[in-house]
Write a protein that binds this ligand. Structure first.
Ligand code: ATP
Ligand code: MG
Ligand code: MG
Ligand code: MG
Length: 566
């Protein structure tokens, strides 16, 4: 590709409203442009990287025995009524009507469509197992789209669905996907961990793992052992009793209206229970919604390791008036009122110094749940309350607990029969009995993976593409396009290198050398080849973007030299 014709508008200045490196660099290097909030166009460089990620995914999925299909993005609402998710999915589901007022949704995921697709076809054990996948645009009206394509409203997902006759077969499909995902993310150059995960809104029993790319901008927290394979999303981390405090016993869960209790010590005395059984509550107003955060009393808030940040724009402690109006009581209540497993959220703000010590009051712990804005969470999940400090012993008895932030790039899931039963997908087994198909679903955020790669591969000058996904292999520069010998060598190499099978971006623009070097660093192709002052002698300069190592190489030896780099 000749760079003079490449549609890749680069930005010299830091783009407004882009808070993390991948978002900034994708805008600056001309990979994407925003079309609407959480909705992006991919320009040629961005599209090329996506293509490479998709190629890797296709290769590994096909190798695992899965078959590619393509389902519609527009799905009839009836299917979602059948599964019960038309209501359950909530406001993330984008809905639309056709000209006859028939209702449709823009698919956030495809369990309904695929189950209805196979329900009349996969009707015998002889046809099983089958694993079908697609690479498709998904729509989720995220509460707060942000970080560019990391959390967007329109995004590209690879989703696969396996249909199995029995649990052994499902386990084999699941393991095959687990392995394929490990291969995919490794080939994309990512440092990742597969962690035990929460079943969440998809439902179903059985195994589920998330593939987390380790990164400070990640929205999830992983608890892992420094000495074994143990790794889990903190939401479900199966931590030992010493660190897992299930809800305070029932008789203590009753809350008491205690306007005169002003400290943890007074509360302990008043309630005649040990200090470390107390649970402290702190009311914040998060994006103008009241959120009660709760923490066990024997730890200072600051001790708790920071975990998930709530994706809020404005956060402030509630004032006394707000507490009175919300709870119909005076501020100052401290007591054993139940438990959330979202202490981490509170801890985050505590560490940021936002907890002023204002305490909310309530009448029953159910009441508390009503003021919590995380409607996507299941009330059952609140039963378990836990917090851990880095360096505490590990759950499997090996090493100590560590925390890391992770970006969820993939998710594998044993669904069971939830959708096959709801949508009537049954098969006849060997004995002629009718059984619901067992299902697994397996997702990869393709566009999110692109951003995750950038989070792990960049420096202050720009992108540093792993060879496997780089938009081009080589950046060929002519330092001064007015110099005939430089231009001639450039043209010659452009021809030869492409013949040798390299994807070459040829900077033949009439720009100053400084501009070309800066752009080359920003765009971050693995290897830069510069035809400069020594072009007359057939000598070029070869620079590796990642290491910065430079070497002068004669054009005749270039092929050999490059093959040692690729
Ligand atoms: P998250 O926890 O980040 O909201 P999720 O658990 O809702 O993601 P899944 O339903 O598991 O997502 O979808 C499969 C994959 O799709 C995710 O692992 C992620 O890589 C990707 N994905 C989900 N939501 C988005 C989004 N809004 N933008 C980009 N990619 C997304
Ligand atoms: Mg989500
Ligand atoms: Mg998730
Ligand atoms: Mg998920």
């Amino acid at each position: 590709m000749r760079q003079q014709f490449l549609f890749s508008p680069t930005l010299r200045d830091m783009p407004q409203g882009a808070d993390i490196p991948s978002h900034q660099l994708m805008l600056r290097a001309g990979l994407i442009r925003q079309t609407a909030s959480g909705i992006y166009s991919y320009l040629p460089l961005g599209r090329r990287v996506l293509n490479h990620v998709e190629e890797i995914i296709r290769e590994e999925m096909d190798k695992s025995g899965a078959q590619e299909i393509l389902m519609p993005a527009v799905q009839p609402s009836e299917l979602w009524e059948e599964s019960g998710r038309l209501n359950d999915y909530g406001p993330e589901l984008m809905r639309l009507n056709d000209r006859n007022e028939r209702q449709f949704v823009l698919g956030p995921t495809h369990e309904e469509v695929i189950t209805s697709l196979v329900r009349d076809e996969l009707n015998s054990y002889k046809k099983l197992p089958v694993n079908l996948y697609q690479i498709q645009t998904k729509y989720r009206d995220e509460r707060r789209p942000r970080f560019g394509v990391l959390r967007s409203r329109e995004f590209i997902m690879k989703d696969a669905y396996s249909f199995n006759p029995d649990t052994e077969s499902l386990a084999r499909s699941y393991d095959a996907m687990y392995e394929a995902y490990s291969n995919i993310f490794r080939r994309c150059g990512l440092d990742f961990r597969a962690v035990k995960a929460d079943a969440g809104a998809i439902g179903g029993k059985g195994g589920t793992h998330e593939f987390m790319v380790l990164s400070d901008v990640g929205e999830d927290t992983i608890a892992y052992s420094d000495a074994s394979d143990y790794a889990a999303n903190l939401e479900i981390a199966d931590l030992p009793d010493t660190f897992t405090e299930s809800a305070v016993p029932d008789e203590e869960v009753k809350s008491v209206h205690t306007p005169d209790v002003r400290s943890m010590d007074e509360a302990a005395t008043y309630l005649s229970i040990p200090h470390d059984r107390l649970i402290k509550s702190v009311l914040f107003i998060v994006d103008e919604e009241p959120v009660l955060f709760i923490c066990r009393g024997d730890h200072e808030l600051n001790d708790i390791k920071i975990t998930n940040a709530l994706d809020a724009e404005t956060v402030r402690p509630a004032d006394e008036e707000e507490i009175r109006s919300l709870f119909g009581t005076e501020p100052g209540f401290i007591g054993p009122v139940g438990a959330f497993d979202k202490v981490n959220v509170m801890a985050d703000y505590a560490v940021k110094g936002l907890s002023s010590g204002v305490c909310g009051a309530n009448e029953t712990d159910t009441h508390l749940l009503h003021v919590h804005p995380r409607r996507d969470m299941n009330i059952d999940q609140y039963g378990d309350f836990r917090f851990v400090k880095e360096g505490d012993p590990a759950p499997d008895g090996e090493g100590t607990i560590q925390f890391a932030k992770g970006i969820e790039v993939g998710h594998v899931f044993k669904l069971g029969t939830k959708y096959s039963e709801a949508l009537g997908a049954f098969y006849l087994d060997e004995n002629g009995s009718s059984r619901p198909l067992l299902m697994g679903c397996y997702g990869i955020g393709v566009s999110r993976t692109l951003a995750a790669v950038i989070e792990q591969h960049h420096d202050e000058n720009g992108l540093i593409w792993p060879q496997s996904v780089a938009p081009f292999d080589l950046h060929l520069l002519v330092l001064n396009s007015k110099q005939e010998d430089q231009m001639d060598l450039g043209e010659k190499l452009y021809e030869i290198l492409r013949e040798q099978g390299y994807d070459v971006l040829f900077d033949d623009r009439k720009e100053r050398a400084g501009v070309k070097f800066k752009d080359a660093d920003l765009v971050g192709l693995p290897v830069r080849i510069t035809c400069g002052k020594k072009a007359g002698d057939g000598i070029v300069e070869v620079k590796e973007r990642r290491t910065g190592e430079m070497e002068e190489v004669h054009a005749d030896n270039l092929a050999d030299y490059l093959s040692s780099l690729f």
